[in-house]
Unconditional design. Sequence first.
Length: 240
Amino acid sequence: MLLDDHDLDPVVSVEEKEWQRELARPARLVQQGWSVHGEFTLGNHCGADMVVPEVRAFPEQAFLTLDYVRVYARGRKGRVDLLQPGEASVHQGGKAVRSAESLADVKVQIIRRDQHLEPDFDVSLRFNENPGLADPRAQLLEIDVSDRLVAALFTSGLPQRSDRRLKLGPVTATFHFDGATATVSNYLDSYRTGASGYVPFFYQQGSKPWRTMPEDGSPLALSPGDSLLAGTNVYKFEVA
């Protein structure tokens, strides 16, 4: 999930009034999903391993802190457990289930509610067994961003010729879009964890193999179609 640095609310939310601007900016970082290897929890808050943000219609709007599903994945093996019936659902083979003992043909749906707590739209997620991720044992829990309401939750627009500071999972970085490419910089403090330690932060140019981000913090230019992986979060850079 992409967050501006000032957002410190435990429940992650996206301002509804900002959707139009984020989607209409000339360049965008769009989250495609999460690289899953091991056990992870999907929720709506900063403490969850994978975050589906809420829709904030007005500043004082309050949300419950929720965990929706627990996912375990190792290669083609996996399991999904529903934790929050009524706010999420798990389907396998088109049938609603409380637990799925494999990841094959599994669809997870998260309900997003309006300001009156009525169901508004669903965020749909599926597993992609052959995503070509940096971790060969990982699967991509893929977000269906073809729905513009869903895309609005997972898109950060980049203004032209201006810096924007964004948080991508465990990494905070500055993005500068010059009209053709986006330069990623000022990320080393959150990328490096010690004298020789680093959090997972990778880039992919088109369909080339994944590479680690420069470990000296050097700026890196992204072209349209390039991807970033920060922690478990997978993003794609797009230009209108």
